[in-house]
Design a protein around this ligand. Structure first.
Ligand SMILES: Nc1ncnc2c1ncn2[C@@H]1O[C@H](COP(=O)(O)OP(=O)(O)OP(=O)(O)O)[C@@H](O)[C@H]1O
Ligand SMILES: [Mg+2]
Length: 385
C-alpha cells in the first residue's frame, strides 16, 4: 500500500494542497516553519485518526477557518481506496471510505498505517503516563479495530461511572446503595478494561522483545533494555517473558479489576472518580535494570526511543503483512552516523518513506533515488528526482 495522492484543505498551514508523492522515497526540504511537520502529521492522521502531536482536532484547523478536510488515495495491491476525514469545529468529525459515509473512527482506520519518528519522541520516555497510554492506544488502534471499539466503550462507561461516583460523593448513602448503583458499571468497566489491557500486553510482549534486540544492536553488548507494564490493578508485569509464560488471561484480568473496584469503593466515592483501570496504567523502560526516565544519559534515552520505534515498524509489518508508511521528521540530523545507518536500513525497497530536513547535507542516507520536494509558501513543490 502506498499513498498516491493527498489533498488537504485548511489543515494547519495548508489552505489547499494537492500532493502526489513518489511510491518509494520522498525527501522534503524547507526552512523552519514551512509546513514539513504539518504535512507528515496529516499523513499520520490518515493512519491513526489523530495527530501525533495533539488530541485536539481544533488545533489542526487553519487559523481563521471552521474546519479541515483530508482526502487520500491509497493504492494497495490490487485495490485503491479513497479515505476522507472531515472535521468541523461545531459539527465534529465525519469520515468516508470510497465515498461511503462511515460512523466510527474504527471503520476508517487501517487503510493506511504509519510510523512516525520525530525529535518529540523523547516525550515517550520523559513525558507523563498519559502520553505513553495514548501512544499505545493509537499504535494498537491502527492495526486492531476491535481495540478502538473496546477503548470507546471503556471511555463511555468510565465517564458514566465517574458521574455516578461524583453524585454519590455529594450525598450520604449506605454501602448497599452504593453497591447497588455501582455494580452494573463495575461489571462493564471490568469487561472492556480487561480487553484493553490484554490487547496492550499482547502487543507489548512482542514489541518489547523487538526493542530489546534493536537496543542491543544500537548500544552494544554492555547494556540492555527491559520494559514493564505498570498495571493499576495487577501490579508490575514484566515484558521480557517468553510467550509460554504469558499466563494472565483476559478472565483473570477481568476478575482482578472487578475485585479491585470493589476494594476501592470507599476511596472512589471519597474522590468522586475511578482510581483503577487501564486509564491509570503506565509503561516503564529500564536500561540495565534502572529506570531510563531518571538514570539514562541523553544518548541512551535517544537510543531507547529509536529502538522502540524500529521495533514498532517491525511489529506493525508483521501484524498487517506489509510495511507501514515511514515518516521521519527531522531525525537524521540528530543521529550519529551509526544510528542514522540503522534507520536508513529500514528505508528499504517497498516502504514508502517521507523524510524531512532543513538542509540536504544533513541527510546521510547513503542513497539518492526518489523524489525531492521543497516546502514553503503554503505549498509543496517538486524540485526533481
Ligand atoms: N492551525 C494552524 N493554522 C495555521 N497555521 C498553523 C497552524 N498550526 C501551525 N501553523 C503554522 O505552521 C508552522 C509550523 O509548521 P511546521 O511545524 O510544519 O514547520 P516545519 O517545516 O516542520 O518547521 P521546523 O523545521 O522548524 O520543524 C507554524 O509556524 C505555524 O505558523
Ligand atoms: Mg518540523
Amino acid at each position: 500500500m502506498y499513498l498516491q495522492k493527498l489533498y488537504l484543505k485548511d489543515y494547519r498551514s495548508y489552505e489547499h494542497l494537492l500532493f502526489e508523492p513518489d511510491p518509494h522515497l520522498n525527501i522534503l526540504v524547507g526552512e523552519n516553519a514551512t509546513g514539513k511537520t504539518n504535512l507528515l502529521e496529516s499523513i499520520y492522521y490518515l493512519a491513526a485518526g489523530r495527530s501525533q502531536r495533539t488530541h485536539r482536532d481544533a488545533e489542526l484547523v487553519r487559523w481563521g477557518s471552521d474546519g479541515f478536510y483530508i482526502k487520500a488515495s491509497l493504492l494497495g495491491s490490487p485495490v485503491r481506496h479513497t479515505v476522507e476525514f472531515l472535521y468541523h469545529k461545531a459539527k465534529g468529525k465525519s469520515f468516508r471510505v470510497d465515498g461511503v459515509r462511515r460512523n466510527t473512527l474504527a471503520d476508517v482506520i487501517g487503510f493506511a498505517n504509519a510510523v512516525i519518528f520525530s525529535p518529540d519522541d523523547l516525550t515517550l520516555l520523559k513525558g507523563g503516563p498519559g502520553e505513553r497510554r495514548s501512544f499505545l492506544d493509537s499504535e494498537i488502534g491502527q492495526v486492531n479495530r476491535s481495540y478502538l471499539r473496546s477503548l470507546a466503550r471503556y471511555n463511555r462507561v468510565l465517564s458514566q461511572r465517574n458521574d455516578v461516583l461524583r453524585n454519590l460523593r455529594r450525598s450520604r448513602n449506605s454501602k448497599s446503595t452504593e453497591d447497588l448503583l455501582l455494580e452494573p458499571w463495575d461489571l462493564q468497566l471490568a469487561k472492556s478494561g480487561a480487553a484493553i489491557v490484554t490487547a496492550r500486553l499482547t502487543m507489548l510482549h512482542r514489541w518489547a522483545a523487538g526493542a530489546r534486540e534493536t537496543y542491543q544492536e544500537i548500544a552494544g553488548p554492555g547494556e540492555n533494555l527491559t520494559m514493564s507494564y505498570q498495571c493499576s490493578f495487577f501490579g508490575e508485569i514484566p515484558l521480557s517473558m517468553q510467550d509460554k509464560d504469558l499466563s494472565i488471561t483476559k478472565k483473570d484480568m477481568e476478575a482482578r479489576l472487578l475485585d479491585r473496584l470493589g476494594e476501592s469503593r470507599v476511596e472512589e466515592v471519597g474522590r468522586g472518580y475511578t482510581v483503577v483501570g487501564p486509564h491509570r496504567d503506565d509503561l516503564a523502560m529500564f536500561v540495565s535494570g534502572r529506570d531510563a526516565r531518571y538514570f539514562a544519559s541523553q544518548g541512551q534515552q535517544r537510543s531507547v526511543v529509536l529502538a522502540l520505534r524500529i521495533a514498532e515498524v517491525r511489529w506493525m509489518e508483521e501484524e498487517i503483512k506489509r510495511p507501514p508508511l515511514l515518516l521521519l521528521d527531522d531525525v537524521m540530523s540528530e543521529l550519529d552516523a551509526g544510528r542514522a545507518q540503522r534507520l536508513a536500513r529500514l528505508v528499504g525497497s517497498g516502504v514508502q518513506t517521507f523524510i524531512t530536513c532543513t538542509d540536504l547535507s544533513d541527510l546521510n542516507l547513503g542513497r539518492s533515488d526518489g523524489m525531492m520536494w521543497e516546502t514553503g509558501g503554503g505549498d509543496v513543490k517538486t524540485i526533481g528526482p
